[in-house]
Write a protein that binds this ligand. Sequence first.
Ligand code: DOR
Ligand code: ZN
Length: 435
Amino acid sequence: MTDVTTGGDPGAAYLIRGVRVVGAEPTDLLLAGGVVAEAGHGLAARGARVVDGDGLVALPGLVDLHTHLREPGREDAETVESGSRAAALGGYTAVCAMANTSPVADTAGVVEQVWRLGREAGLVDVQPIGAVTVGLAGERLAELGAMAESAARVRIFSDDGHCVADPRLMRRALEYVKAFDGVIAQHAEEPRLTEGAQMHEGEVSTRLGLTGWPAVAEEAIIARDVLLAEHVGSRLHVCHLSTAGSVEVLRHAKKRGVRVTAEVTPHHLLLTDERAASYDPVFKVNPPLRTAADVTALRAALVEGIIDIVATDHAPHALEDKECEWAYARPGMLGLETALSVLLDVLGERWDLIAERMSRTPARIAGLAEHGRNPAPGVPANLTLVDPAARRTIDPGEQASRSRNTPYAGLTLPGRIVATFLRGEPTVLDGKAVR
Ligand code: DOR
Ligand code: ZN
């Protein structure tokens, strides 16, 4: 029996001994042929490499519905490969890549390119998101059908980074994707209400003298869009919901049976607008960090299920775009490598809830049938092993991302990803990327 300490072994079978699977007693899991071949006590290794699962929790591989990979165009900030590695290290087996690349992912050609790069990297499944409008300009619908029919089989469309502000275009987009059960993921920000905004509009912005981004700019778009989604009978997903008021709009819509889902980011669950007082641009993000009352409401809504999922909005930025004056810095923060630890910090060891919000539901929204399934015989072996007892201090220099803009630098957070498997092949072992 060999204990796996370093390196992967493509094609090999893996026996994970004595691991806690969510909602069950510790068990052995044999991964072979890309699936969980067997589960049970005292499984024989039969040539499989053995991973000691004692004290570890096996979660279905995490699924991120909102990742910025920056390729094509800003490979200095992130590539599909570096972002995929960051994702695997964070326990992810699938990520949805946002369309605000350069060129924008608004054609079959670009989404196929991103999809192919993801396959070549082979560390997580990269599912491209297509732009709603040409060039994210908010004027003409992009080739949604061609992207849906491409090899990338796009199902989620988003102008994220920008709001689809024109209600007529939003309506048409919802109508268009209804035919193939697609989803419009909206970055909810009424642009006329956020002109020149630098941070959340409230007491802190007044004190600092910075132009505010009012909560109502988000809430007004969500209210409009749930009504449009109801009218059309189509699926709407709300990106990075950030205010207590948005939760109430969503609650109302869900009660009416609107086909709407919503995500919250780890940073909106942990950090508040007080961080802007440091003028450290690492805390600049869109939508901005909100108040402590908003954070409390977002946490409660996530537990209750009004907010369906956690999505990272992993937004890598090159040094020159972040290490400058607050006003000139780009908004966005890294998220993939720290998301699970932040959620453990926020929720505690509520494993079933974490599996639901970070894997099963995002997989269902994105239509990724191979992901988001509890490890059990016959299920694709997409899973991650977490050591809940470990604590780690976040060091930006140790991130696999090409960028360094983590807002958690120096913070000690619970949990460590020990191993991640994609279709039975390890992408992370002993806390290290295999490739
Ligand atoms: O903070 C953000 N950064 N929010 C967005 O909507 C876009 C993202 C980015 O692309 O950097
Ligand atoms: Zn966004």
